[in-house]
Design a binder for this molecule. Structure first.
Ligand SMILES: Nc1ncnc2c1ncn2[C@@H]1O[C@H](COP(=O)(O)OP(=O)(O)OP(=O)(O)O)[C@@H](O)[C@H]1O
Length: 508
């Protein structure tokens, strides 16, 4: 097998944090190579070094056997190395073909539009993607936007493609399609580097490299390892948990939406007569393909969006005309699906993010002033409880790894809520050890008497945790199922609007 990309002795520090510690590995052509490891283990830093985005403090790279220094991503692209990031780098208001031409033009290639359209059509046919060249990128569902990114890079003829948690934003069906496409690229001789936290994807790779605390702990042929061995290598223990599912009788209704109609920014219906309720001691799942109104539903409950019609009450109080502050004051916690847009202020410290919205709390004030000492010590306790890996609570949140940033939101929202928790994709980007922790936290809150509304594109989350699962399609609840009486396949069909189930969102 030819080595397409070779790293030797890569090390990188950020202040006191050793993000990479003397890592050497070979990436072969014709191979899907997974990078696996806990949140903060160094996967993004390593892939950044392979793509010229991060400059290592020491170590070397060789491409096709020739020593090379990658000073920038543009240089990496010129040498045939492309990367797909978690946050897409597309121009939303431009069309698919315009985005592709911008990418190609940036590399100094002249491409006439007709030839580009032909090439786009051929690539779409090859990978079975239905992408119209004139569609406006921001109007496309996330799964297709990701394909624009991928095709933009394939246009440049890359031989090494690095993908940073590409399936985190995809439905199970879309993830499957993407994995199949990566296998085709591999079969065509490309080298694929895939960062993933999902064991079922990792097990589809050819080789897996496990990182722990910046060190390479193993580089194995996937066929010769197992999910159990990988989780032991990754976190130092076996993670194949079973959860205490206390199916107590649900209590009072803590959240009640009836016949809610909401319009989006462009005047179109985003919630279309939606009704759902959640009781105390109950976790209600919300299953749906991204973009079917989940985010709008959470924002509506948080009173960020105005209602056209309908009623919302929380803990028996009508909040239809209320404000976000009113909702927070009723003890509602909200874990949003986009941690950087809605959940955190990147330039603030961990401590300031953990007490965000609670600055008036007397526990954090000394007369008219903020009690910095109290805030720091509360934040330090939260960090150890939620295992946020960072030097101290004065670290800026935009310096954290994705999973650790998510833990900061969880710490804040789980601690400040008292009755109702709204969780939208709470496990996105988390490693399996942390997911296990989050599951236990949510079940503990349920046992305490919380009502929880949980949206997740990970059907495993819903099947494991929920008492009922409501399926949302085009802004409506199209059915409610008991997780023990359904299968992921049936849920998938309901999510696509192709199957119905008995019951409505008000059924228990
Ligand atoms: N720009 C930066 N400044 C300071 N520290 C950083 C920076 N980038 C990364 N780090 C630190 O380096 C370590 C490795 O981070 P990295 O993002 O590579 O981890 P990861 O394995 O990709 O994690 P995740 O699975 O959570 O995305 C972490 O402790 C992180 O906080």
């Amino acid at each position: 097998m030819t080595v397409a990309l070779q790293a030797s002795g890569l090390s990188k520090r950020y202040g006191d944090v050793v993000a990479l510690d003397d890592v050497s590995l070979d990436i072969h052509a014709g191979e899907i190579h997974c990078l696996f490891g806990e949140n903060g283990a160094g996967k993004s830093t390593l892939s950044g070094c392979l793509y010229g985005y991060v400059q290592p403090d020491s170590g070397a790279l060789a491409i096709d056997g020739r020593p090379m220094r990658l000073r920038s991503p543009a240089e990496a692209l010129r040498l045939g190395i492309g990367m797909i990031h978690q946050h897409f780098k597309l121009v939303g208001r431009l069309s698919v073909i315009e985005n592709i031409l911008v990418g190609a033009g940036g590399r100094g290639l002249f491409l006439d539009t007709r030839a580009a359209r032909r090439r786009l059509a051929a690539l779409c046919a090859d990978y079975g993607v239905a992408l119209s060249p004139d569609a406006i990128v921001e109007e496309l569902p996330v799964g297709l936007q990701q394909w624009v990114e991928i095709i933009k890079v394939l246009f440049l003829g890359v031989r090494v493609l690095i993908l940073d948690e590409p399936t985190a934003v995809l439905t199970p069906q879309e993830s499957d399609r993407l994995m199949a496409a990566l296998e085709r690229m591999r079969d065509a001789g490309m080298a694929i580097v895939l960062i993933s936290h999902k064991l079922r994807e990792v097990m589809r790779s050819d080789r897996v490299t496990v990182l722990r605390a910046g060190k390479l702990v193993a580089s194995l042929k996937t066929a010769e390892t197992s999910p159990e061995e990988l989780s032991v290598l990754m976190v130092g223990r076996k993670v194949s948990p079973s959860y205490d599912h206390n199916r107590e009788t649900p209590g009072e209704i803590v959240l009640d939406l009836s016949d809610v109609y909401v319009n989006g920014e462009r005047g179109h219906r985003v919630l279309d007569g939606l009704s759902i309720h959640v009781r105390a001691h109950e976790i209600v799942g919300l299953a749906g393909v991204a973009g079917n109104g989940q985010r709008e539903l959470f924002e509506t409950i948080m009173r960020v969006r105005p209602l056209e019609a309908g009623r919302i009450s929380i803990d028996g109080k009508d909040v239809t005309a209320g404000s976000t502050r009113d909702v927070i004051d009723l003890g509602v916690g909200h874990i949003p699906d986009d941690r950087y847009l809605q959940g955190l202020i990147g330039s603030f410290t961990i401590a300031d993010n953990i007490v965000l919205g609670r600055h008036h709390d007397c526990a954090f004030r000394k007369g008219p002033f903020l009690d910095r000492k109290a805030i720091s010590s509360f934040a330090a306790d939260s960090m150890s409880e939620y295992r946020v890996a960072a030097r101290d609570s004065g670290t800026r949140v935009d310096r954290l790894s994705g999973g650790n940033a998510q833990k900061v939101i969880l710490a804040r929202e789980l601690q400040r809520s008292t009755s109702l928790l709204l969780a939208n994709q709470p496990t996105r980007g988390l490693d399996i050890g942390v997911i296990d922790y989050v599951y236990r936290q949510l079940l503990a809150k349920k046992a305490e008497g919380f009502g929880i509304l949980l949206a997740s594109e990970e059907l495993d989350d819903l099947m494991t945790l929920c008492d009922r699962i409501a399926v949302i399609h085009r802004g409506k609840i199209v059915g409610v199922v008991d997780p023990s009486g359904t299968t992921p396949q049936h849920l998938g069909l309901m999510m696509a609007g192709q199957a119905v189930s008995g019951g409505d969102a008000h059924a228990h």
